[in-house]
Write a protein of this length. Structure first.
Length: 224
């Protein structure tokens, strides 16, 4: 029995096990015991298999965790994108309302200013018309007889006599049109004269204001 064991040990010592790695110390075999290399190999394979399964499970667990984190990150990005889009929509709507309100306010102010200007112009025209009428009346009363005669002569020269007794219907219509054009011309000349007077009065007012302001500034500098 001992010789068989020694021969088997001597024979096995010259063989290399599959997967043997040089540099590793071989396992110690107790003296006097028969070694079942198949069992050792099987156990080693089982151990390697268990370790491999553990590595695989760890890999898949890590992969699953990474996928979950990726999904969570994607969801957060999508949520943030939706929130951002909603915020931009709200801001755009708010800006649109602000611009509309601003445009309405501007239109309202322009309309009010236009109405105010029209009322002021009408009031000024009324005042100027009264002043002009008063001025004409005063001038007419204070003018010398020679001036009155000159004015009367001019009016007489411009006055047109109406001789319609011998006129036919179409001639009467033509004459009426001629008179109407003449009246319009007189009104235009009157309006032009009033406009000139208004402009001159405005220029005089501006000049008076400038003079008053210049005097005020000059007095202020003199006091200093």
């Amino acid at each position: 029995m001992d010789s068989i064991f020694l021969q088997s040990q001597s024979h096995n010592s010259g063989m290399k096990e599959p997967g043997f790695v040089p540099g590793l110390a071989p396992p110690k075999i107790p003296d006097g015991e028969i070694v079942d290399f198949d069992d050792i190999h099987r156990k080693r394979m089982e151990k390697d298999l268990i370790e491999l399964q553990s590595l695989i499970e760890s890999h898949f667990e890590k992969r699953k965790k990474e996928e979950e984190e990726l999904i969570s990150l994607t969801d957060r990005i999508e949520k943030r994108r939706s929130e951002r889009a909603e915020q931009m929509k709200i801001r755009a709507e708010s800006e649109r309302k602000r611009q509309n309100k601003q445009a309405e306010e501007k239109a309202r102010k322009e309309e009010e200013e236009a109405k105010k200007k029209a009322n002021d112009d009408a009031r000024k025209k009324m005042i100027l018309s009264n002043l002009t009428f008063t001025g004409y009346k005063t001038q007419g009363e204070t003018k010398k007889p020679t001036e009155r005669e000159k004015k009367k002569k001019i009016l007489n020269d411009r006055r047109k006599e109406l001789n319609v007794e011998h006129m036919k219907e179409d001639q009467l219509r033509e004459k009426a049109k001629e008179l109407w054009d003449w009246i319009r011309q007189l009104e235009a000349e009157k309006y032009e004269l009033q406009s000139k007077q208004t402009k001159q009065k405005y220029e005089l007012q501006c000049l008076s204001t400038d003079i008053h302001e210049s005097h005020r500034l000059f007095r202020g500098k003199s006091k200093n």
